[in-house]
Ligand binder design. Sequence first.
Ligand code: DGL
Length: 269
Amino acid sequence: MIENKHGKVLVFDSGMGGLTVAREIQALAPALSVDYAADSGFFPYGDKSDDALRERLPYIAKKLVDAARPDVFVIACNTASTLALDDVRAVLDIPVVGTVPAIKPAAALTRTGVIGLLATPGTVRRAYTAQLIEDFASEVRVILHGSVELVRMAEQTASGEAISMDAFRMAQAPLFEAEGGDDIDTIVLACTHFPLIRGELAATVPHAVTFVDSGEAIARQTLRVLPDQSGTAGRGGQVWLSSSPARQKRLVEVCRRFGFTDVRELTEE
Ligand code: DGL
């Protein structure tokens, strides 16, 4: 834990997934002021076209930073970061931290040499993801599976809706049914929504595996790039939505449970 870090961080995702990153940042540096933003008007990102996201992300990032005025902007979303990290950096004049699949640590961890990667369809098809695999896991077999259904199941579970264990089993079955799937011993949770259902995923794999995510690494990187002159910046707890909070009752309630209680709507002109 790093007690003496002050400043204001805005953690951003399409929906609830980035809350899993926000909590890692808060655990590492409790004195930081952490606010949250969800692009609820454009959720989910996982099945959107690259063109649509490339247009959306710099636009929404700039609007959010103008409104919330953080010292650091954290894109707590693999689908967005693997596509448009540079585009977002180009429109902001503060440090931007991205989230990319934890392929490197997973490759170091596997004993069988077979890794599974669970993500959105967008993250699975990205050149960025292929490059990470080439750079850090060229000696390892990586089996990828993209699912928007799992993103929705994560939001439903976080909201307290009951989902059958069979649904979790089926949603990750394609990983284990692929060639080599029997030997998977490590799974990369390459979508920030998935730590919300880590327990359900762990309970429904056909054999024991270790789940790896990027949350703690992002928290450490956020502190690394925090400008030195960042001062005490309040207690945080704001949550910015890009659609009417009245129509986002589940999201508002889950954000509240994570400590983001001061709900604001980002108005679009
Ligand atoms: N949480 C996001 C990620 O890490 C994606 C969720 C979505 O499809 O909107 O990829």
